[in-house]
Design a protein around this ligand. Structure first.
Ligand SMILES: Cc1ncc(C[n+]2csc(CCOP(=O)(O)OP(=O)(O)O)c2C)c(N)n1
Ligand SMILES: [Mg+2]
Length: 334
């Protein structure tokens, strides 16, 4: 595992600030939604991403706006860091017309093509072949954009993961497979679902580069995604990145986490990537302690403003039930 403990190199200040801003925004959104659900303010659920922000920040900062992203039910952090406006994201989670799909998609089905977020899926592993198709489309259109897909450790045991890896490798497509290895699939620890030490080794079966990196270090993720994008854009084919992290909250809202050894959870919380990165940036002179606090408060304010706007918008009207569901086939020969 590569762990960078060095101060940010000269010129990296801007990236450091961007990474930290993205991390705080993702955490503020996750925390506020959980708070609202816990106190009965919102009758919805989410699959918390708290603890996994460094991956989303590194990925979002390294990708271009037109690069495609496919993620999962746990991917609110990925979408925030790729640039989905908070109002559109929260609007979808809360089922209001302010949402990216006018409140008809919900957390499991968010799409915001303006910033390259094409699909969120609740079907484990199902995003992988879709990302492969998006990369094939980029090639056919003569674009050098890449397609990234986020999924969990558990998803790497599915057939669709291996089918997608195989096709991407066979056709040398510009796909970045980003495994957010949070060490659990629902309530099951990774050691009970696979007989390998590293998910990254699964790349060997498809003759593609596979790297295991510290998913709690946003700069390590940024670096790895930048290299993988460069490889993809220049015709070097796909890359598998295993980003090792931890899921601080339960699988779902209200999960009592009885299956998780308390000492494992408290060790992970003690290594929380957000204070860890804040400390590193302050030590490197990129941020002052006051600026870090201001950024965190700014993130919380932005989230609250988005929630206020969303709550002021209505739920979708029943007359919209079939609107936007089918393509307009006018002019297309049968
Ligand atoms: C095809 C499929 N099988 C089973 C499920 C039920 N399920 C939902 S989340 C989950 C665990 C996925 O674990 P992982 O891929 O590690 O992602 P994480 O939730 O940890 O981010 C399972 C089995 C599902 N949604 N889809
Ligand atoms: Mg997992």
């Amino acid at each position: 595992m590569t762990t960078s403990t060095k101060a940010a190199p000269p010129g990296a200040e801007e990236v450091g600030r961007e990474l930290y801003t993205k991390m705080t925004l993702a955490a503020a959104c996750d925390e506020r939604l959980r708070q609202g659900i816990a106190r009965g303010e919102f009758a919805v659920t989410i699959w918390p991403s708290r603890g996994q922000e460094a991956i989303a920040a590194g990925l979002g900062a390294a990708l271009r706006k037109d690069d495609r992203l496919v993620t999962t039910y746990r991917g609110l952090h990925d979408m925030i860091c790729k640039g989905v406006p908070l109002k559109e994201l929260i609007g979808e989670v809360l089922g209001r017309t302010a949402g990216a799909s006018r409140g008809k998609g919900g957390t499991m089905h968010i799409t915001c093509p303006e910033v390259g977020v094409m699909l969120t899926t609740g079907i484990v592993g199902a995003g992988v072949p879709v990302a492969v198709g998006l990369a094939l489309a980029a090639r056919q259109e003569g674009s050098d954009r890449v397609a990234a897909v986020c999924f969990g450790d558990g998803a790497t045991n599915t057939g669709s993961f291996h089918e997608g890896m195989n096709l991407a490798s066979t056709w040398q497509l510009p796909v970045i497979f980003v495994c957010q290895n949070n060490l659990f699939a629902e309530m099951t620890p990774i050691a009970e679902t696979m007989h390998i030490d590293k998910v990254a080794d699964r790349a060997l079966a498809h003759a593609m580069p596979g790297y295991r990196i510290d998913g709690n270090d946003p700069e390590a993720v940024y670096q790895a995604v930048s290299e993988a994008s460069e490889r993809g854009r220049s015709g070097g084919g796909p890359t598998l990145l295993e980003c090792v992290t931890f899921r601080f909250k339960g699988h779902y809202m209200g999960d009592p986490q009885r299956y998780m050894p308390p000492e494992q959870l408290s060790a992970a919380e003690a290594a929380d990537p957000i204070p860890r990165y804040r400390h590193r940036l302050i030590g490197a002179g990129v941020l002052t302690a006051d600026e870090a606090v201001e950024l965190e408060q700014w993130s919380s304010r932005l989230v609250q403003e988005a929630i206020d706007e969303v709550l002021a918008s209505p739920g979708p009207d029943p007359s919209e039930l079939e609107v936007d569901f089918f393509a307009d086939m006018k002019g297309i020969p049968a």
